[in-house]
Design a protein around this ligand. Structure first.
Ligand code: URA
Length: 432
């Protein structure tokens, strides 16, 4: 069999075997298959899709292409959490300490942000000295001491996905459900956690623009988890508006700290408490989701898990005091208030644009080499769905750059004020 035969087979919408998929991924990594041939295969997959078995085989081939993390010597139930990426998404920073406060271990690999969505590692680097590049031994030491650790994904993590993602990016094949599912899940399966809660974002600030697309991606990832015997639950959540009120690195860390101390915004608290409660049920610490949810909310109110976040940051060499003295450490040269032009109910409708604006203010990278300004970003003073009067502050922009008048136009395009109140739920669907 030649690679051309396999392309022909996929083009005719026939199922590839596990052996064939394994061979094509290995051959591509060895450069026995050229980019133009793989591009043709990816386009055939884009048109014809993949079955659950094919997608699981592709994921397996991805996982086997690089290093895996052995955490079998860490005692207890080990939980993981992942988000497909959204604006203002600082969930991990609150999820992990809360889960750890129940004795569950959180062993997590995280990434950096590119474009309008931020990355957890970038947010945590708001703490001067905080290190994400730690050895496997240090990772385990921090988990055993604190109950949680986050380290950055190794450059060599899942090399087959890295190479194929770069090709997808330039061949119009990124938006294929099986290819996205295999790409995301391979990076989760390299570390042997017991459970996974996945937050699939849906809306203009996310990869998946419609509920149907998000559901299809969720089902593809559940299929992979099933084939790999991994416990999984998926939340599909709204990303037409940002999560919480803070967008930008230090601003989001501060909001996470507030949430751990009973002062977080309602939508964010609800999403985090749901993710934690699902994990507690997965770990069989609770039989009933509602009771687990109430227990988590109580811990958030009393601030019981906050010390774990502080200990974790310090254990990875971060100076935690900056967040307690926020105004001193994250003062900016320019802050700009965006005011309501009329009275009515405010609704944030364009998370994507808020993410782009935050990036322009200095909070994100347009290219991998760009430097991040931790203090830059946006704070949404008004709550989505709340009543505002003409002249009230809707949001504040924080930057150390000179003010660009285009930012003001951009900011006004991200919300509407109408006479009708609309309140949309943050969690659209839970699939277990
Ligand atoms: N995130 C990934 O890791 N891979 C994709 O293909 C899309 C989003």
């Amino acid at each position: 069999m030649t690679f051309a035969d396999l392309i022909e087979k996929k083009k005719q919408n026939q199922q590839l075997t596990e052996v064939e998929i394994d061979w094509l991924i290995k051959s591509y990594l060895k450069e026995d298959i050229a980019d133009y041939q793989m591009a043709s295969m990816l386009m055939a997959i884009w048109f014809n899709g993949m079955t659950e078995k094919e997608t699981a085989a592709l994921t397996k081939a991805y996982v086997e292409s690089g290093i895996t993390y052995d955490i079998s010597d860490i005692q207890g139930f080990k939980a993981d959490k992942h988000s497909t990426g959204g604006v203002g998404d600082k969930t991990t920073l609150v999820f992990a300490p809360l889960v750890a406060s129940y004795g569950i271990k959180v062993c997590k690999l995280s990434g950096r942000g590119l474009g309008q969505t931020g990355g957890t590692i970038d947010k945590l680097e708001s703490f001067p000295g905080w290190k994400s590049e730690i050895s496997d031994n240090e990772f385990k030491k921090v988990i055993n001491k604190v109950g949680m650790s986050l380290m950055s994904q190794n450059e060599g993590l899942v090399p087959a996905d890295k190479k194929i993602y770069a090709l997808r990016d330039v061949t119009g094949t990124v938006d294929s459900i099986p290819l996205i599912a295999a790409s995301i899940m391979s990076k989760k399966l390299v570390i042997e956690n017991d459970s996974l809660i996945l937050d699939v974002k849906m809306g203009n600030g996310a990869f998946m623009k419609t509920l149907t697309e998000a559901e299809n991606l969720a089902q593809a990832m559940i299929g992979i988890a099933r084939q790999h015997n991994r416990q999984i639950a998926i939340m599909i959540t709204d990303m037409n508006k940002p999560l919480g009120k803070a967008i930008g690195n230090a601003l989001e860390v501060k909001e996470a700290w507030d949430s751990l101390n009973g002062k977080g915004p309602e939508d964010f608290n609800h999403l985090v408490a749901t993710a934690v409660a699902i994990t507690l049920v997965q770990a069989q610490l609770f039989d009933d989701f509602d009771i687990a949810y109430q227990s988590v909310c109580q811990k958030m109110q009393t601030g019981e898990a906050a010390h774990i976040f502080e200990e974790f940051v310090k254990a990875q060499h971060g100076n935690f005091s900056v967040i307690k003295n926020y105004d001193k450490h994250f003062a900016v040269a320019n802050s700009l208030e965006i005011k309501a032009m009329s009275s009515g109910y405010v609704n944030f409708t364009n998370a994507n644009q808020l993410g782009l604006l935050s990036m322009r203010l200095g909070a994100g990278r347009a290219t991998k080499k760009d430097k991040i300004d931790f203090a830059a970003g946006i704070y949404l003073n008004a709550d989505s769905g709340s009543r505002v009067n003409k002249g009230d502050t809707i949001m504040t922009l924080f930057t150390n750059k000179g003010i660009d008048p285009n930012w003001i136009d951009m900011a006004y395009q991200t919300f509407e004020i109408s006479q009708k109140q609309t309140k949309t739920p943050v969690i659209l669907k839970i699939i277990k």
